[in-house]
Design a protein around this ligand. Sequence first.
Ligand SMILES: *Cc1c(COP(=O)(O)O)cnc(C)c1O
Length: 821
Amino acid sequence: MHSNQYSITEVKQIINAGGNIVKEYTISLLFTDSRRINNAAEGLFFALSGRRNGHEFVAEAYVAGVRNFVVEHGPEFNLPEANFLIVADPLAAMQALAAHHRSKFNLQVIGITGSNGKTIVKEWLYQLLAADRNIVRNPKSYNSQIGVPLSVWQISSSNTLGIFEAGISTINEMDKLEAIIKPEIGVLTHIGTAHDEGFSNPREKVLEKLRLFKNCTKLIYNYDQLITYQADIKAKETFTWSRKFNQANLYVFSETTIAKNYYLRAHYQNQEIECLIPFSDQASIENAIVCWATMLALGYSAVEADKRIERLAPVSMRLELKNGINNCSVIDDSYNSDLQSLEIALNFLGQQNQHHKKTVILSDIYQSGLPQEVLYRQVAELIGGKKVDKFIGVGEALSSHQSYFNIDEQHFFKDTATMLQQLKQLDFKDETILIKGSRSFEFERISRALAQKAHETVMEINLNTLLGNLNFYKSKIKSGVKVMAMVKAFSYGSGTFEVANMLQYNKVDYLAVAYIDEGVALRQAGINLPVMVLNPEASAFDKLTEYKLEPVIYSFGLLDDFVRYALGCDILHYPVHIKVDTGMHRLGFENHEIETLCDMLEDNRYVRIQSVFSHLVASEAAKHDDFTKTQIKRFEKAFKEIEKTLGYKVIKHLCNTAGIIRWPSAQYDMVRLGIGLYGVDSAVPASETGLQPIATLKTSIAQVKKIPAADTISYGRSGKLARDGKIATVRIGYADGYLRAFGNGIGKMLVKGTLVPTVGNITMDMCMLDVSGLDVREGDEVIIFDEQHQRIEELAKQIGTIPYEILTNVSQRVKRVYFYE
Ligand SMILES: *Cc1c(COP(=O)(O)O)cnc(C)c1O
């Protein structure tokens, strides 16, 4: 993303495009997302056709200042001084441009692929080799057909090593990535079941992955794993590692856990060598061995490799969003810092609307491969282009380049300690603060000072998963059908503005809440999407109209109240929604009332009917399909009558989550997506939808006790162990939403990888688990539900309820923390 300059005429030749150059420009940046544009003047926008057609965003990119475009068809864009390069396939053109760029440099390149661990291995190799090499690598896990060209495009003449990961999901994808990366050294990470569905069998998948290495001179891989696939290795030289086969180059023959570390001994070049890994989980151990083998294969001594591996730091690709002191929101990215991840973090900051003021705390950036003047000028430009109100630079380098920055409020400190001493004077209040620092600056100290103390029970919400679920349903609705996202009841317990911001940024069309105050809270957090209120109370109509919320009108009484209110305040044509009761018998006009309703709506100047909708009572259940059909008929009859009276078209909507897939013919103009967004669809098994629950609820152990079989546990002497054993008291009770019904062995929680039952009654703030026979300690993490071990559906089954209730029960006392990658 820097120091690579091409004239647009050159680009046109490289990608062999049609179209005319109307004006010469210099290109240094590639864009594929019109929402993520900075330094637009030097950018080239590729109109890629993905879920949404990139050609729809050309105008938006033009407004943002982009003047150069690669498109499939151009003449219809009549935009002055803009160049349209016309190609058959803009993605292939972007890949060709990146491949050309790569071919101009002869740095050493390591290519990484596998099913799991690609990003960790890449980041760890970066940590291990950065002392000697000037490294360019994929930002985050940009390893796709789009991510790889964007990554490779960053190569500049100062780099001496490239480390690029490549990910594929089906056949015939790897050759394209190989042509862009052109690795000389190959590293194969763990092969698992991910993406098996894209291939006819696991062997085909492995062979496809190995195509990344077809021109490598050296390949590093796990002998034990590859042997099962009978793959034929093309690399001239191989470096194998194994836990079983003593002929491997690196034969690991002894493994021991020592506290939280893991100690390995191996045979290498007829010697016994050792390595201490500062992690003890299986995935980290395997990834660390891959890195160990790679260092040895690159010629590092066993002693040096061990010394560096011992200091490996965890890799966090996630941004964390949490509540801060003085009504601030804190985005915590205190683990690494480079230009690319800074840009990603700034974009996430930009998506946040909950506070007007936006603040960035940034440390010096190491290992950018750029001279400081160039680096900090780019940092200043990046931040200057992002509506940042307050900037705090920490470090000698930032301090000495402070003249580059021109932010309304800016402060510079030589180190973290000095900044922390000034915390009071910096007066953080009502702002969103991005904390981004290189590891050695220990910005977690700043984060601890600014974030509210999370008490130990937290619900973690993965915003990427939310987005994945949204996109799944977008792929299931017909083109032109709008999406209304249901964010009532704190987005089914998952949060308010955090979820709404994400949905707004990703362009859903409507939001719906249950009550007016929920809508007001969204507006105050900067949400400007249209918001429908399902249950508007007449006493709060002033708030409703002040905040431009749109009421559902479900009865004559409510219509009357609203019209009277509108009359009193001179409101005309206020957008409202009509709810029809087609069988739910909760709220809404019944079919026999529609005629009277139409009489009242005819020539009514006070309201404008934005939509007409109804609600299915059993869209998920095959045994009620006949009734669903009846509901559909009643709905059609009602909206036809209403539209006829009004003389204009309204938005018609009927489907909730389960209806979207089971009743595609009833999608009409919009669907109301609720629980599916949060990862549950009762109509289709999760294995078929790929939906992922977005929430993980976890707590920790407060105390461990040995209990003889004769003793009783909890109130009412309700619990008993089968034999002498051990219990753990954990920090969650019915006041947190872990209902009493889970007591006495009905509910289970995950401790150290094992599901263990509750013992005795659940109490208000705590409950007890039977952990007999497990090695557990105070402070250990305990998982109540997650996407992997115990889903919300499972908990719902345990106590005979539905996932909706489990999710919305988690009380507001439980802190929510949001993750975004
Ligand atoms: C809650 C709600 C939905 C969403 O239902 P899901 O089953 O969660 O998708 C849709 N429509 C109305 C009127 C609702 O109240």
